[in-house]
Design a protein around this ligand. Structure first.
Ligand code: KG4
Ligand code: ZN
Length: 342
C-alpha cells in the first residue's frame, strides 16, 4: 500500500500551524514529518496581555495559505500529493477554529480527499511520537496546556481513560494569571519561568490545593489569588527581587502538584512510563523535577520535542495519521471521499 500524505491544520488559539506527514500502512513504522510551518501570534496579542479572539481569527486567515504554500515547497510536494486533510475541530476559540476547518473543508472538497476532524488534546497527547525517543504503549500522560490539565491512561491510539483533571484553572492558566498579577509579560508561562530563575522557591509558602487528596484531580484557582494577596500586602509594586521570589514560589507550587499527582497516577495504574505534553511541558523546572524523580523510581519520562510542546500542525496531522494506521479512519480513496463528519 502506498504511503498516505496527511496535511495537518491547527488554528485553535494563537498559533497557526500547518504540516505534512507521510503515513505508511504498517503501524510499527511511525508517521514521518515531511515539513511543518508555524506562525505564532504572541507578539500581536502581547499589547493586550492575552489572546484577543477576534484578532486571532483574522490573523489565522492571513497566515493559513502562505503557510500551506511553505509546507508544500519545503516538502517538495504539490497540492495533488495531499491524500487527506486533518484539522483541529476543538476545543479552542470558536472563530479561530472555524478558519482552519473552513480551509480544510474547502481544500478537501477541491482535491476530492477526506477532511478529518482532530481533537486538539489528542494531538498534544500523541506529539511525543514524533520525537527521537517515541514512547511505546501503555503509558500515563500528563496533559498540561493553557486550557487543560489532565492525567490520562493511554493504552493505544484512541484508547484513552481520564484519571483526573483540574476542577478549575489549568496549570498553564495558573502560570499565565500569576504572571499577570506580577506584571510579567504574556504568555505568562515562559515569562514567569524566566523571572523565577533568580528567585527563592521557598520564599513564599503558597497553597498546593488537592495535593493530598486521594484522587488525581487538580485545583489551581487559589494559587493566583494567593499570589495577588501577597502583592497587595506589599502595598506597592514588587521590586525585582520580590517578583523573582514570588515567581519562583509560584512555579514551585505548580510543579510540586504536577509531579506528585503524576507519581500517584503511575502508582495507581502500575505503569512506569510517563508522557508529558502541552505547553507547560516546556517548563524546565517541571522537566528537571520529573526526571529526578523518574531516576529514583525507575520510570521513563517522554517529552515532545520542545518546539512541538506548544500548538502546531504536526501533532494534528500525526494524530490523524496514527488513527489511520490503527484502523480508526478509512483509508482515503481519491475522488470518492468528501469531508467526513464525526
Ligand atoms: O499547549 P499550548 O501551546 O496551548 C494550549 O492548548 O493551551 O499551551 C500554552 C500554555 C500557556 O499557558 C503558556 O503559558 C504555557 O503553556 N507555557 C509554559 C511554558 N511555555 C508555555 N508554562 C510554563 N513554562 C513554560 N516554559
Ligand atoms: Zn494546545
Amino acid at each position: 500500500l502506498a504511503p498516505v500524505r496527511v496535511l495537518g491544520i491547527e488554528s485553535s488559539c494563537d498559533e497557526t500551524g500547518l504540516a505534512l506527514i507521510e503515513v505508511g500502512a504498517d503501524p510499527a513504522r511511525l508517521p514521518r514529518l515531511l515539513a511543518d510551518a508555524l506562525h505564532s501570534q504572541i507578539a500581536m496579542h502581547q499589547d493586550y496581555g492575552g489572546v484577543v479572539p477576534e484578532l486571532a481569527s483574522r490573523d489565522h486567515i492571513r497566515r493559513l495559505l502562505p503557510l500551506l504554500q511553505r509546507v508544500l515547497t519545503d516538502s517538495g510536494c504539490v497540492r495533488g500529493d495531499i491524500d487527506a486533510v486533518a484539522y483541529t475541530a476543538g476545543p479552542g476559540l470558536a472563530g479561530a477554529l472555524l478558519t482552519g476547518s473552513a480551509l480544510a473543508a474547502a481544500l478537501a472538497w477541491s482535491l476530492g480527499v477526506p477532511a478529518w476532524p482532530v481533537h486538539h488534546l489528542e494531538g498534544h497527547l500523541l506529539s511525543p511520537m514524533l520525537s527521537s525517543d517515541p514512547p511505546p504503549f501503555p503509558f500515563v500522560a500528563l496533559l498540561v496546556s493553557g486550557g487543560h490539565t489532565q492525567l490520562m491512561r493511554v493504552d493505544g491510539v484512541g484508547r484513552y481513560a481520564l484519571l483526573g483533571e483540574t476542577v478549575d484553572d489549568a496549570a498553564g492558566e495558573a502560570f499565565d494569571k500569576s504572571a499577570k498579577v506580577l506584571g510579567l509579560g504574556y504568555p505568562g508561562g515562559p515569562a514567569l519561568a524566566q523571572c523565577a530563575e533568580s528567585g527563592d522557591p521557598a520564599a513564599h509558602d503558597l497553597p498546593r490545593p488537592l495535593l493530598h487528596s486521594k484522587d488525581l484531580d487538580f485545583s489551581f484557582a487559589g494559587l493566583k489569588t494567593a499570589v495577588a494577596t501577597r502583592v497587595q500586602r506589599l502595598g506597592r509594586a514588587p521590586s525585582e527581587a520580590e517578583r523573582a521570589d514570588l515567581a519562583a514560589s509560584t512555579q514551585a507550587a505548580i510543579v510540586e502538584v504536577l509531579v506528585k499527582k503524576s507519581a500517584a497516577a503511575l502508582k495507581q495504574t502500575g505503569l512506569n512510563r510517563l508522557v508529558v505534553a502541552g505547553g507547560v511541558g516546556a517548563n524546565a523546572h517541571l522537566r528537571d523535577s520529573l526526571n529526578a524523580l523518574a531516576q529514583r523510581r525507575g520510570w521513563r519520562v517522554h517529552y515532545p520535542e520542545l518546539r512541538l510542546c506548544t500548538d502546531n500542525g504536526a501533532m494534528i496531522a500525526l494524530a490523524a495519521g496514527l488513527r489511520l494506521q490503527h484502523g480508526l479512519l478509512d483509508r482515503p480513496q481519491r475522488g470518492v471521499a468528501g469531508p467526513q463528519a464525526v
